[in-house]
Design a protein around this ligand. Structure first.
Ligand code: NAP
Length: 249
């Protein structure tokens, strides 16, 4: 059974900007006690001033640092929610294939989750709890010029699907968030019109509303998510007939 809202504790990693920042402010309003992590200490303190949270700066691509941070968080008090909200994005055209970009985005969008699981699973065995990964609707299907971002997101979704049954048996609820386009530092790099773009506060509200739910996936907005899910199920000739049109000249 969940604790009353006033005693609920969460560790939000990637809480200094965008969806993570807005979610921190909203959960604090609901009485959650929060530990906030990201690399940018100043930005974290600014968020924490609005919600009296603990600040724990962290580079989530640093495996040893993630372990240390997890030990520190759980020594303080076992949070019922651990959320990984870190991510980075940069489009890439195939004619400017960039291995360094692949390595960087794999570390931040995929390996951070592996490091976090390695660090928190032993600590969550006794009390259970919820682990939430902010993945992306881009994980459903490979779209042009987004591979360095969407490939690690697809790996993350696959990893979560793979682990969910085993972790559920241990009382740990592993869940994913698959948002469409949300206004943030990441999407401001896009030069195309983003359909059904949401504000970060709106996206955070949709996530906060679902925190008590049992469903594996929190996905929104439906107007974008469902067509992408359907696209994933189509035969490849049809998929490519549609995605070819997205290649910018
Ligand atoms: N915006 C969208 O349309 C969209 C759609 C689907 C999914 N998502 C996912 O949603 C999550 C949040 O993204 P956002 O759009 O809100 O972007 P954002 O505003 O840039 O937020 C990303 C957060 O992650 C932190 N972060 C980045 N690298 C980190 C690292 N190595 N270690 C620790 N923290 C790190 C950032 O803080 P620092 O830079 O200070 O470290 C920031 O707090 C990401 O996983 C993203 O992939 C976004």
């Amino acid at each position: 059974m969940s604790a009353p809202a006033s005693t609920r504790q969460a560790w939000l990693i990637g809480a200094s900007h965008g969806m993570g920042r807005e979610l921190a402010l909203q959960l604090a309003d609901q009485g959650w006690r929060l530990t906030l992590s990201a690399r940018g200490e100043d930005a974290l303190h600014e968020v924490a001033r609005g919600c009296a949270a603990r600040v724990l700066p962290l580079d989530a691509t640093d495996r040893a640092a993630v372990r240390q941070a997890a030990i520190s968080v759980f020594a303080d008090c076992a949070p019922e929610l651990v959320m990984l909200n870190v991510g980075d994005y940069q489009p890439m055209v195939a004619t400017a294939f960039d291995v360094d970009l692949f390595e960087r985005l794999n570390r931040v969008n995929y390996l951070t989750a592996v490091y976090l699981l390695d660090a928190v699973l032993p600590l969550m065995r006794d009390n259970g709890g919820q682990i939430l990964f902010n993945v992306s609707a881009s994980a459903y299907v490979g779209l042009p010029q987004a591979g360095p971002y969407s490939a690690p997101k697809a790996a993350l979704l696959n990893l979560a699907e793979s682990l969910q049954p085993e972790l559920a048996a241990l009382g740990i609820r592993l869940r994913v968030i698959n948002p469409g386009f949300v206004d943030s530092r990441l999407t401001r790099r896009n030069r195309f019109r983003m359909p059904f773009l949401l504000g970060a506060a709106d996206a955070a509200r949709r996530i906060a509303d679902e925190l008590g739910g049992r469903r594996f996936e929190i996905a929104f907005p439906r107007r974008l998510v469902w067509p992408l899910k359907l696209l994933r199920g189509l035969p490849y000739p049809l998929v490519f007939a549609l995605t070819r049109r997205m290649v910018s000249k």
